[in-house]
Design a protein around this ligand. Structure first.
Ligand code: GDP
Length: 453
C-alpha cells in the first residue's frame, strides 16, 4: 500500500473527530485543519487542498442538519468523496474511451518517459500483469540511446519468461521498433510492448523520436511513465508529454516510500490524465491497478473488498467459494472463517498488499518492509486456532472464549495466554468490521461501499 503516512494521518484526524462527545464547528474545524496539514505534508498542491476544504465545508452544514443525522458520518463521507474527486483523473472522460489490451487481438502499446522514470521496469511489470491474465505479450527494446538498455530489458524479460526483441548493433530505434512489432505479430502476440528511449530532461530530440516511432508503429496506446518523487512538478511534466505525443494513459512509479507521492498523484489527476497503474517497488508484482475509490478506501484503512474478493476468487478453490459466500452473506464471521481467510491470504501474497485490502488493516498497521513480521503473526494466530475445538471455531459469539478456554488454547499451542487474548481481540475487531457490510448473496464483488459508520 502506498502513501501509508498520509492515509494514517487523515484516518487519525477523522478518528479524533469521532471520539469527541459533541461535534461542533470547533471540532469540525480542527479535523479539517489536521487533514489539510497531512495533505500539505504529502506535497499536495495548496490550491487543490483549498478547493477540497471549501467543498467539504459547503457540503457539511452542521447547523442545518436535521436531528437524527449523524454528523460524524456525513463529515467522513464528505472527506472520502472529496479525496476521491481530487484524485480522480477521469472526471469528464468516458470510461468507454479507455483502451485495454485483449486476448485474441494484437495491440501495440508504446511506453514513453524521461530516463530513470522506471520505464523499462514498468514495461516488464505491465507485460507480466497481462501475461497473468492469459495474454501473450512481447517486449521490444527501441531504446538505442542508453547503453545497457537492451541488456536490462532482456534480463527483466527473461526473468518473467516474456519473449523480447532488440539489437546491440542497430542504432535506428524506428527500424528496431518496426522489426520487433512485425516479429511479434507473426508470432501472434496479443500485446506488443515498445520500450523507448528517454532523456534526462524534456527536450525536442526526445519528442521528435517519439513522434517518428509512433508514426511507424501506430500504437493503440501510448503510456507515459513518470517518477512520483517529483511531487507537484508532475503537473508540468504530464502536460508537456500530453501536448507532444498522443498520451492515452499514465503510470506513476516509485510510489513506495516517497513523501511526495500524494503531490504527484493529485497533480497528474489535475491534468485530467488517465492514471492506470502505480509502481510500488522494484519487483515485478509491486504494481497496482489504479482506481480511485478502492485506492482511497485502502489509503484510509477502510479496505478494498472487491479487490480482496478478486484475490480470494483466485486463491480459494472454486468448490469452496459458494460456502464462503453463504456464510458471509449470513453475517457469520466466525473464527473458522478468519482461519480460512488467513490460510487463503498466505497463498495470495504479497501479504501486506492483500492485508491493506481488508477493512480494519491500514497500511500503517501492516507497513511495507515488515511482510515477514505480518506473515509470522498470521501463522502464530493459525497455530493457536489449530488448538481450538470445532465449537469454538464455528461460534460467532465472542463470549464463548472465556479465560479457561484461552488457557487451554495457550497450553495446546505453546503460546502465552496474553497472545491468545491478542488473537481473540483481533478476531473481535475484524468480526465487528465485517458485520457492518451488507454482504449480498451470490455476488461478493457487489459489496456495499458503505463502511463509514
Ligand atoms: P528507465 O530509465 O525509465 O527505463 O528506468 P528503469 O526502469 O531503469 O528504472 C530506474 C530505477 O528505478 C531502477 O533502479 C528501478 O529498479 C527503479 N524503479 C522502477 N520502478 C520503481 C518503483 O515503482 N519503485 C521503486 N522503489 N523503484 C522503482
Amino acid at each position: 500500500m502506498v502513501l501509508a503516512q498520509l492515509g494514517g494521518s487523515i484516518s487519525r484526524a477523522l478518528q479524533n473527530m469521532s471520539n469527541s462527545t459533541v461535534i461542533d464547528e470547533a471540532v469540525f474545524h480542527d479535523c479539517l485543519n489536521e487533514i489539510n496539514r497531512a495533505l500539505l505534508q504529502a506535497d499536495v498542491q495548496f490550491e487543490l487542498i483549498r478547493n477540497m476544504h471549501a467543498n467539504i465545508k459547503n457540503i457539511v452544514n452542521l447547523d442545518g442538519l436535521a436531528a437524527g443525522h449523524s454528523k460524524r458520518k456525513i463529515i467522513q463521507q464528505a472527506v472520502f468523496d472529496e479525496l476521491c474527486k481530487m484524485l480522480d483523473p477521469t472526471t469528464g472522460i468516458k470510461s468507454s474511451s479507455f483502451f485495454f489490451p485483449k486476448k485474441g487481438k494484437t495491440s501495440v502499446v508504446m511506453f514513453v518517459g524521461l530516463q530513470g522514470s522506471g520505464k523499462t521496469t514498468t514495461c516488464t511489470k505491465y507485460a507480466h500483469y497481462y501475461q497473468k491474465k492469459g495474454l501473450k505479450p512481447g517486449l521490444v527494446c527501441a531504446d538505442t540511446f542508453r547503453a545497457g538498455a537492451f541488456d536490462q530489458l532482456k534480463q527483466n524479460a527473461t526473468k518473467a519468461k516474456i519473449p523480447f526483441y532488440g539489437s546491440y548493433m542497430e542504432s535506428d530505434p524506428v527500424k528496431i521498433a518496426v522489426e520487433g512489432v512485425e516479429r511479434f505479430k507473426e508470432e501472434n502476440c496479443d500485446l506488443i510492448i515498445l520500450d523507448t528511449s528517454g532523456r534526462h530532461k524534456q527536450e525536442a530530440a526526445l519528442f521528435e523520436e517519439m513522434r517518428q516511432l509512433s508514426e511507424a508503429t501506430k500504437p493503440d496506446l501510448v503510456i507515459f511513465v513518470m517518477d512520483s518523487s517529483i511531487g507537484q512538478a508532475a503537473f508540468g511534466q504530464a502536460q508537456a508529454f500530453k501536448q507532444s505525443v498522443a498520451v492515452g494513459a499514465v503510470i506513476i512509479t516509485k510510489m513506495d516510500g516517497h513523501a511526495k507521492g500524494g503531490g504527484s498523484l493529485s497533480a497528474v489527476a489535475a491534468t485530467k490524465s488517465h492514471v492506470i497503474f502505480l509502481g510500488t517497488g522494484e519487483h515485478m508484482d509491486e504494481f497496482e491497478v489504479f482506481e480511485v475509490r478502492p485506492f482511497v478506501r485502502r489509503l484510509l484503512g477502510m479496505g478494498d473488498l472487491s479487490g480482496l474478493m478478486d484475490r480470494i476468487h483466485k486463491a480459494v478453490p472454486v468448490d469452496q467459494q459458494a460456502e464462503l459466500h453463504q456464510k458471509l452473506s449470513e453475517g457469520n464471521f466466525t473464527l473458522r472463517i478468519m482461519y480460512d481467510q488467513f490460510h487463503s491470504l498466505l497463498k495470495m501474497g504479497p501479504i501486506n498488499e492483500v492485508f491493506s485490502m481488508l477493512p480494519g488493516f491500514s497500511a500503517e498497521l501492516m507497513p511495507k518492509g515488515r511482510e515477514k513480521e505480518s506473515q509470522m503473526k498470521v501463522k502464530r494466530y493459525m497455530t493457536m486456532m489449530d488448538s481450538m475445538t470445532n465449537e469454538e471455531l464455528d461460534s460467532s459469539s465472542p463470549k464463548l472464549m472465556n479465560e479457561s478456554r484461552m488457557m487451554r488454547i495457550a497450553r495446546g499451542s505453546g503460546y502465552q495466554v496474553r497472545e491468545v487474548l491478542e488473537m481473540v481481540e483481533e478476531y473481535k475487531r475484524l468480526a465487528n468490521i465485517w458485520k457492518r457490510f451488507k454482504m449480498p448473496k451470490g455476488n461478493m464483488s457487489a459489496l456495499s461501499p458503505q463502511i463509514l459508520k
